[in-house]
Design a protein around this ligand. Sequence first.
Ligand code: ATP
Ligand code: MG
Length: 435
Amino acid sequence: MLKLFLPKSLFVRAIIIVVAPVVLLQLVAAGVFYDRHLDTVTRRLARSVAADIGFVAAALTREKDDLARLHILQSANLRLNLAFSLIPGEKLKAGPLPRPYSPLENLLIRTIDEGMELAFNIENRTTEKHYLIKVAFEGGVLQVLVPRNRLASGTLLVLILWIVGSSLLLLAIAIMFLRNQVRPILRLADAADRFGQGQDVADFRPSGAVEVRRAGDAFLRMRDRLDRHIRQRTEMLAGVSHDLRTPLTRLKLELAMLRDIPAAAEMQGDVDEMEDMIEGYLAFARGAVGEQTVETDVNALLDEAVGDARRHGGAVEFTASGDLRGLLRPMSLRRCLDNLLGNAQRYAKHCSLAARRDGDTIEIIVDDDGPGVPEAEREAVFRPFYRLENSRNQGTGGVGLGLAIARDTVRNQGGDVMLDTAPQGGLRAIIRLPA
Ligand SMILES: Nc1ncnc2c1ncn2[C@@H]1O[C@H](COP(=O)(O)OP(=O)(O)OP(=O)(O)O)[C@@H](O)[C@H]1O
Ligand SMILES: [Mg+2]
């Protein structure tokens, strides 16, 4: 369940890991603070206002002389941050205490109520930022203006501002740092992707934290090992094929001179077959040598391949769809297509070619109306030199490398070739290429 709601990206997860505990801590701290500290402070402030008013009222009660009373009022106004005035004759409006705006104000009013010995009422003059307290006093009213700041500590707003402000600051710093931590991982993934599709990754340099750098170094070492491995294989194959050519040519010449011996004709056939095989080897070796990827118009490439096949007498149908372009190795793809079209021409009468884009892969389908390949053999025919009975019996002279080469060239670009049954009943070959 939790997995469903957790964000997928490392970046967001890391930010949550860093920011969430701090914000949570701040909220808990603020909650406790609000509950305890603010409560106490408000109570004390309210009590002190009540005590001040009580004190002034008591002093006034002791003095009957008007001048002395004026003195008391003046010095109270001067020192207590309250504005007292005596209004004789006014009657105190009795009634319930005003409805508080907030729990804090409620606490305030209740505390003043507790602290006051005289009858009073209180009025919140919000626009003027003070409370007006009227106390019953000797046939008149003692009116006190209490500035808001004598009753509210104002810490709550400051506290909230601090929490929000520091959280935002923390978030900004976390985003700044984490983005730099995630970027090298993305770059590594990107490089691995490109390498898998046969593109050049020479510009990749491991960077970032030690662990990410280690992964990057390991990737580079793996790339070098793979490159070395492929190069070694192809060089060996090319070397062997090349070296065999010379004695084979000599053998052909010698056979040509043995014209009157009947066995020589058969041997000639064998030697021709060997020559074909060696050509196949060389083609295979060439296919694996690193061709660079370039922006390729797949439709144009298919058109060329179809044209070539028709010139060789094949009945090929081609339906292009849309604009098919991508970073590909055109020569390799061409070799793959030639092999598939060659097979279709060899084992069937008609074939059709279609291409389309499916998301970020390009799909090329070669269908024919031949005998097809039985399902159990569809993996085996990709093996080098593997040929089915029909091919061997007809003496068509295939080497059995065509499909191996086709798959190799496409896999080098991160794609694959698969076999299926065509709607016409023959073989369907599907090339899928990321582009
Ligand atoms: N379109 C097809 N229809 C029927 N069978 C096929 C088709 N394509 C390939 N095969 C079978 O798969 C085998 C392997 O094909 P592959 O292209 O690798 O070799 P090949 O065609 O015999 O020789 P070459 O190296 O000259 O291409 C073939 O011998 C053939 O039996
Ligand atoms: Mg073939």
